[in-house]
Each structure stands twice: as structure tokens, then as C-alpha cells.
Design a protein around this ligand. Structure first.
Ligand code: GTP
Ligand code: MG
Length: 173
């Protein structure tokens, strides 16, 4: 078992390519009300969870809700790929504005596995090159997370490690 130590109050960013299992992981380890998913916010503002043109508006609202939750002292998990520096910067900013620690959990599965899973899904229609680009973005992300301000970076490599992970809450005081 791998224990993922997370402060009781944190902004947790899941990081991973599409099909890496972020939403599955979030469902398993967190209450549904703790999880803010970019899909849900795209659907909320644009009636389509895959409408990438709605991302800016969707993240505006997501950040707003995250801020409200953090202000109330509620752990918040952001289920989005979080592969772009500007996406992560937005989360670090919201966390800092509320004196909350930003934490990253990286789910790293082989691209071929993520692609197999993606092909099975009716709710994802993008092509392989999009997934390849996400993989390149993920490689770059590793060197960046700590200096972007994430106070803890947990990396789970492969399905076995992801399966064996348990969240352990650290008392703040
Ligand atoms: P995006 O939302 O597209 O970024 O993907 P995601 O990272 O949220 O992946 P998601 O959790 O939706 O998982 C993608 C597919 O893989 C789903 O059909 C899951 O059922 C499957 N899956 C995820 N994790 C596991 C796992 O640990 N084992 C198995 N067998 N399937 C998994
Ligand atoms: Mg998902």
C-alpha cells in the first residue's frame, strides 16, 4: 500500500492524461461533493462536457466554487488533466488566496493503456495524436510541479501503484 499524505485541508490537483483513471480515482478516494471535475463544469456552462472551447468559462466557475469551498475549510479535489502550466497556475493561485496548500497527485499509466481505455469510451472521441500530446505535456510537467508551488507531489506510476494507493490525512495543527 502506498499512503498518500494529504493535509486535511488542501486543494488536490489530479494530474494525468485522458484515460489515466483520474475520475475513477476521485470516485474511489473522495466524496463526490469534494470533487470538481472540468467535465461537469464544461457541461454546466456549455451543455457539452467535451466542448473544449468552453474551458475558459468552465474553469472560471470551477475556480470560483473551489474558492468558496476552501474558504469554508473544505478539502477540494480538481479532476481535470491539469497538464498545462496555466491550468495548474490557476489552481495554485486559488489555493494561495485561501491559505491552503496545493497538492498534486499524478496518475501515470502507459499511453497504450490509456488509449485502449479511451477507445472503449463513448464519451471520448479525440484521436491518438491528442493523447500523444498529453503524454508529452505530462513528461514536461514532472520537472515543473514543485517549482510551480505544489507543496506535495505524489506520483503513482502504473495500474498496480494506483490500485494500492490510499489517502491518509495529516492533521494541520
Ligand atoms: P479523462 O476524464 O478523459 O481525462 O479520463 P480519466 O483520467 O478521468 O479516466 P477515467 O477515470 O474516466 O478512466 C478511463 C477508463 O478507464 C474508464 O472506462 C475506467 O473505467 C477505466 N479505468 C480507470 N481506472 C481503471 C483501473 O484501475 N482499472 C481498470 N480496469 N479500468 C480503469
Ligand atoms: Mg475523467
Amino acid at each position: 500500500m502506498t499512503s498518500l499524505d494529504i493535509p486535511e485541508l488542501a486543494l488536490v490537483a489530479l494530474v494525468g492524461i485522458s484515460g489515466s483513471g483520474k475520475s475513477t480515482f476521485a470516485r474511489r478516494h473522495f466524496a463526490s461533493t469534494q470533487v470538481l471535475s472540468s467535465d461537469a463544469f464544461r457541461a454546466m456552462v456549455a451543455d457539452d462536457e467535451n466542448d473544449q472551447s468552453a474551458s475558459a468559462e468552465a474553469f472560471d466557475v470551477l475556480h470560483y466554487v473551489a474558492g468558496k469551498r476552501l474558504r469554508a475549510g473544505r478539502l477540494t479535489v480538481v479532476d481535470a488533466t491539469n497538464l498545462q502550466p496555466h491550468a495548474r497556475a490557476g489552481l495554485v493561485r486559488v489555493a494561495r488566496e485561501h491559505d491552503v496548500l496545493p497538492v498534486a497527485i499524478v496518475l501515470d499509466v502507459p499511453e497504450v493503456l490509456a488509449w485502449e481505455r479511451t477507445e472503449e469510451r463513448a464519451d471520448r472521441t479525440f484521436g491518438r495524436p491528442v493523447l500523444a500530446r498529453m503524454s508529452r505535456d505530462l513528461r514536461r510537467t514532472y520537472g515543473q510541479l514543485a517549482r510551480e508551488g505544489f507543496r506535495k507531489v505524489h506520483v503513482l506510476r502504473g495500474v498496480a501503484e494506483i490500485d494500492a494507493a490510499e489517502v491518509r490525512y495529516e492533521k494541520l495543527f
